[in-house]
Design a protein around this ligand. Sequence first.
Ligand code: FAD
Length: 622
Amino acid sequence: MKFKKDFDVIVVGGGHAGTEAALAAARAGAKTLLLTQNIDTLGQMSCNPAIGGIGKGHLVREIDALGGVMAQAIDVGGIQFRTLNASKGPAVRATRAQADRKLYKQAVRTVLENQPNLALFQQTVADLIVENHRVAGVKTQMGLDFKAKAVILTTGTFLAGKIHIGLENYSGGRAGDSASVALAERLREMPFRIDRLKTGTPPRIDGRTIDFSQLQEQHGDTPIPVFSFMGKPSQHPRQIPCHITRTTQKTHDIIRAGLDRSPLYSGVIEGIGPRYCPSIEDKVVRFADRDSHQIFIEPEGLDTHEIYPNGISTSLPFDVQYEFVRSMPGFENAEIIRPGYAIEYDFFDPRDLKMSLETKHLDGLFFAGQVNGTTGYEEAAAQGLIAGLNAARQVQGLEAWCPARDEAYMGVMIDDLITRGTQEPYRMFTSRAEYRLLLREDNADLRLTEKGRELGLVDDARWQAFSAKREAIGGLQEILKKTWVRADSEAAAQAEAYWGKPLLKEANLMELLRRPEVDIARLLAFVPDTDGLSEAVSEQVEIQAKYAGYIVRQQSEIDKSLRYDHLKLPESLDYKGIPGLSNEVSEKLKNQRPETLGQASRIQGITPAAISLLLVHLKKKS
Ligand code: FAD
């Protein structure tokens, strides 16, 4: 049989981590196989039909800048787009889009099917093949062996997944899909630290049974934002509104009365859930003084009546779900078409990973996505891209790459995970990034595209578009610096008419732009030949000008604190032999084996004094 079974990289799982991992590995030049339980669920959204949001939108733009698929897919599958925090500073502004599930999934699949170097195969992986302390491939449920030099595991919530609805529970990877039991058992025999987490989802409602006249309507933004740096508003399908309702006192009474049959409150579920995405029963118990919670009513797609009620994720028994759903305004006659549930699953302690996302215990094996203790499509996709790239680079004998904390939210997330681990499902927030003035959605392409091109992830079309944009930004900045307005000129009078403040002395347009009251749109009236200048270019010039002071300050802080951050710690370093280091600290460092001095400094319990001792020791040795 000529059936191909040898690859450079095998990706197990076709969710958000797996699809980005497979695409990145293939784009980086590795012969890649994506093995997944069911080809029809490639890119499936297990929970809410939406991409982006605060912190998450930043990740999507970074994935896009590195040539990933998520932003392109949501541009084609998005049915409502909004810019969150639009009135706040650009650092915390974030794009969020409601998705048509089917369109989104189809867009991901189309990109996968057209990616050179990438093969798809539908099979459940049951075991890893290990040879000479290195992963050498995988074994599938039907007994097929596939060989590879690197394997990336992205099995999401499926490892020993257990679904809970009330006090009933059964094995499952998510509703409608079976759990990965054999693989989970095999991994538990290996030296990984494994624990349990949980997450939940709301019941889905038949939209024909909702009285929308009682609900508040919420429209997307106009003009409609785009996600991908290569995207165009014309790619978006028809846009539709969402709605808002609320829970009532009656809803809360029904929930309280059902708590004795809640798997969460009766101790049946042991895994910890996402603090920032709590179930409705959690919200009713934790915020007992509130008599109402806002619920967003989100369409699941353009050609379905199915509705996703965002905010009532639950694992209460079905009869309680049915009753409490009907206690919300507009939902008096609502029919549920899929019950809500919680799922418990195995995850790996991410402190057992290198920053490449390769495991420390088994060479050539990489983990990405929900298996590393994160929650969210965007968090999974970002890890997938980094793992896919690094698996390919390892096979090619190249050094691993991961952005640093000052380069990308991706870098912040991976550094957080591998240095501090996580006790609850980890999700991205802008507050996790100490250098967030530099890490904005709007400049993700300027931060990462050049690196992506060097790594082989960025194709010619994107590179040309990016280079033209970068050149246009530089060009406009030069023109603004060179164009002067004299205080007694007609232009100065015009400027005063626009912005209400007189020009007291001669200034160039860049200086004017730095003033808080001056906006780029009207400033361009002073610049000849701005036809064809894109809004993305003028917006970028404006943001850079307005925030120049803060940006320079943040950059100098980074330069100072990063002086030793990237200093490599040799793998063979004998921490016990470092004078002055306490037993506890040297034990911690020995167990976690950080790769850089910066990573060591962020491990819990490692004091600045211990870092100084380490630094002195390293300097002496070199
Ligand atoms: P998944 O999307 O889970 O993909 C895993 C893939 O691996 C699937 O394609 C599966 O078929 C495949 N697979 C599994 N085992 C094998 C095997 N042995 N062999 C081959 N293929 C295999 N996120 C939020 O941000 N907010 C929420 O409120 C939220 N709620 C959720 C509720 C539920 C019930 C679930 C299930 C998930 C929820 N999530 C939520 C999480 C979100 O779905 C995940 O974060 C995201 O899908 C993780 O992506 P992933 O690629 O890591 O895994």
